[in-house]
Design a protein around this ligand. Structure first.
Ligand code: FAD
Length: 190
């Protein structure tokens, strides 16, 4: 018999446990400084905190994105958001800069598995699983209200690259093509 005891004391039966290390932001320093926090340091579209002379980037920053507030825990976001802040600082108080428009993507190498993620699957209501052309390759396509919002690609660079291009350009993916493993993904970009 195995089980996991939750913080409210309840116990649920489990076969195995995935440990999520580093998923709780430590916003104590920001809180002590009087900045607005809530599951991270709250920032606006220019990564400014509630004190406009203080900026926050990376895992700790809770940023506005497509109508909601999210944290993006990836190396790429930490780098991209920092670059956006640098541009804002370099422009000075009267300079014009573009707001940070996060284009989420993520990768991780786990032994012989290369995981690449394009988009953010929050709020999906449908998934399609598509076998890749190489042995062991597969991709999961996430849709919300019929529109593509994210793709997980496992050892399937073609699916990842296609999905990234589609999402970066605000395009969806025809479900009939995704559901047909024999269909060429190139059609989606034509
Ligand atoms: C186990 C694990 C695996 C991951 N794998 C991947 C992956 O495969 N791909 C990917 O894209 N991302 C991965 N990530 C996420 C990635 O590491 C983070 O998104 C990224 O490091 C965030 O960068 P950051 O600069 O925001 O924060 P961090 O890299 O955490 O840097 C914050 C720094 O601030 C320091 N610090 C904190 N408090 C204070 C303080 N009070 N005073 C001074 N210094 C302080 C910390 O010591 C740390 O050095 C992984 C994370 C974990 C934990």
């Amino acid at each position: 018999m195995s089980g996991a005891e939750l913080s409210d004391g309840s116990v649920i039966d489990v076969d195995f446990v995935i440990v999520g290390i580093g998923v709780t932001p430590n916003d104590r320093l920001a809180q002590d400084c009087g900045l607005n926090v809530g599951n991270g340091v709250l920032v606006d579209e220019f990564a400014r905190t509630s004190d406009p002379s203080i900026f926050a980037a990376g895992d700790c920053a809770m940023l506005p994105w497509r109508g909601r507030n999210i944290r993006l825990e990836s190396v790429q976001n930490a780098v991209d958001q920092a670059e956006s802040i640098a541009a804002t600082l370099a422009a000075g108080p009267d300079g014009e800069t573009a707001p940070y428009d996060a284009k989420p993507w993520f990768w991780s190498d786990q032994y012989d598995v290369k995981l690449q993620i394009a988009g953010f699957n929050l709020g999906y209501d449908e998934t399609l699983v598509r076998p890749g052309t190489r042995e062991g390759s597969v991709s999961i396509w996430y849709y919300a209200e019929g529109r593509l919002i994210a793709v997980d690609a496992i050892n399937d660079a073609k699916a990842y690259v296609t999905a990234k291009k589609l999402l970066d350009n605000g395009l969806s993916a025809d479900k009939a093509i995704i559901a047909d493993p024999a269909a060429d993904l190139k059609q989606l970009l034509a």
